[in-house]
Design a binder for this molecule. Structure first.
Ligand SMILES: Cc1ncc(COP(=O)(O)O)c(C=O)c1O
Length: 354
C-alpha cells in the first residue's frame, strides 16, 4: 500500500549563510602557515582578487561595513553641528558613523519606487553646514549618483553605502566606486561573506594618505610595509579597522566563487518574481514555519533619531514609514532549494486564496 506523502513543514530560515565548502581548506592553510598572520597573506590575496573587479579603487578590508562607514566619515574630520545627509530607510550603522563624529544626521525620505533617497528632496536637505551625503543603494539597486552630483555643491563628498551591493553595477560602473568613498558589507547575511567583514573603497586619491594612516591604527605602517620607511610611528588618528587574517581566509574561499554565488541568488530571486508577481498586493501576510521578516525601522522616528536629526519629506508624505510597515522580506540565500521556494510561494498563494 502506498503511504500518502506528508507535506514538508520543516522550518525555512530567512537566511542561511553561504558556505562554498572551500573555507575549511583556506583555514587549514592558514593554521599550517602561522606566518600568514604577520604577512597578511589572505588579506593580500583577497585584495588582489577584489582589484580585478574594483580596478580604480583603493581597497581597505575592514571588520565590517559599519567600520568601513566609520572610517570613511572619520576622513571627513567633521565638527560638532556639521550635517550629513542620508536616507531614513537604512541601518543604524549609516547614522552612527555620523553621530559618532559629533555631527548631525539629516534624514531624507525615500522614493517608493526604488526605496532609495528621494532626490527631489535633496535640495531642501542641503544647508551651509552640509559636509557629506551618504546615499544607500538599497538591496543593490543603484541611486542616481550622476543626478545627485548635479544637485549638490562640488565641495560635498559622496560616501556610497553599498552594504548590499557587492558586485552590483549601474551603467557598467560598480556600486561603491562612483562616490569619493564607498562601503560594502561581507556580513554573514550578505551573498558573499566571512562572518563579519566589509571593505572601504577609496576612489578619490586625495583621501588615500589619510585613509592609510587611520586604517593602520593612526600609524604610517603602510609606508613601512612598502619599504618607504625603516620604522613606523604614530602619525594621526585611527583605529584597528583591518579585517583579521582568519576572516580574510574565509572570505578568500568565497570570493573565488563570488560570481557563481551571485548568479545562484539571482536565479532564486527570479523564481520568486515569476511566481509571485501576479499576486503581489498589500496584505498582512503570515507564513507557516517560514521566516519572512520586516526590514529597517525608520531612523527619523526612532528615539535617538528624533534627538539627533531632522527629517526632510514632501508635505503630508512619509514614504519611509509607509514602506517600512508594508514590506516583507522572503527567505533568499545562496543554498535555498526549489522545494523551499515552492513552499514559500504556495504559502503566499494559499493566503491570498483563503
Ligand atoms: C545599508 C546598510 N549599511 C550598513 C550596514 C552594516 O553592515 P555590517 O553588518 O557589515 O556592519 C548594513 C547592514 O546590513 C546595511 O543594511
Amino acid at each position: 500500500m502506498r503511504s500518502k506523502q506528508q507535506p514538508n513543514t520543516s522550518h525555512i530560515p530567512f537566511n542561511r549563510p553561504t558556505i562554498t565548502g572551500y573555507e575549511q581548506q583556506m583555514m587549514n592553510d592558514l593554521y599550517q602557515n602561522p606566518g600568514y598572520f604577520r604577512d597578511r597573506h589572505f588579506h593580500k590575496l583577497c585584495g588582489e582578487l577584489l582589484k580585478t573587479w574594483y580596478r580604480n579603487s583603493n581597497i581597505f578590508l575592514t571588520t565590517s561595513c559599519t567600520h568601513a562607514l566609520e572610517l570613511a566619515v572619520e576622513l571627513l574630520q567633521l565638527q560638532k553641528d556639521d550635517e550629513v545627509i542620508l536616507p531614513s530607510f537604512t541601518y543604524v550603522s549609516t547614522a552612527n558613523a555620523v553621530v559618532n563624529c559629533g555631527a548631525r544626521p539629516v534624514f531624507v525620505d525615500i522614493d517608493p519606487a526604488s526605496f532609495n533617497m528621494d532626490l527631489s528632496l535633496l535640495q531642501d536637505a542641503i544647508t551651509d553646514r552640509t559636509k557629506a551625503i551618504i546615499p544607500v543603494h538599497y538591496s543593490g539597486i543603484s541611486c542616481d549618483i550622476d543626478r545627485m552630483r548635479k544637485i549638490i555643491r562640488n565641495d560635498i563628498p559622496i560616501i556610497e553605502d553599498a552594504a548590499h551591493s557587492f558586485l552590483a553595477e549601474h551603467h557598467d560602473q560598480k556600486l561603491g566606486t562612483m562616490g569619493e568613498l564607498g562601503c560594502i558589507s561581507f556580513d554573514y547575511t550578505k551573498n558573499v561573506s566571512c562572518g563579519h567583514g566589509g571593505m572601504l573603497l577609496v576612489n578619490d586619491s586625495s583621501c588615500l594618505a589619510q585613509a592609510e594612516i587611520a586604517y593602520e591604527i593612526g600609524t604610517d605602517k603602510a609606508k613601512f610595509l612598502r619599504g618607504e620607511k625603516d620604522f613606523f610611528e604614530w602619525a594621526g588618528a585611527g583605529s584597528k579597522y583591518a579585517l583579521s587574517e582568519l576572516n580574510a581566509a574565509h572570505l578568500y574561499a568565497q570570493l573565488q566563487w563570488a560570481q557563481d554565488i551571485t548568479q545562484k541568488r539571482l536565479e532564486a530571486w527570479h523564481y520568486y518574481l515569476n511566481n509571485l508577481s501576479p499576486i503581489a498586493e498589500e496584505h498582512n501576510l503570515q507564513l507557516q514555519n517560514i521566516e519572512a521578516t520586516f526590514h529597517y525601522i525608520p531612523l527619523h522616528n526612532s528615539t535617538y533619531g528624533q534627538q539627533t536629526g531632522r527629517f526632510i519629506h514632501h508635505r503630508g508624505q512619509d514614504n519611509t514609514q509607509n514602506i517600512s510597515q508594508r514590506m516583507i522580506r522572503l527567505p533568499l540565500f545562496h543554498g535555498i532549494t526549489r522545494e523551499e521556494q515552492d513552499r514559500v510561494i504556495e504559502s503566499i498563494k494559499s493566503f491570498y486564496t483563503k
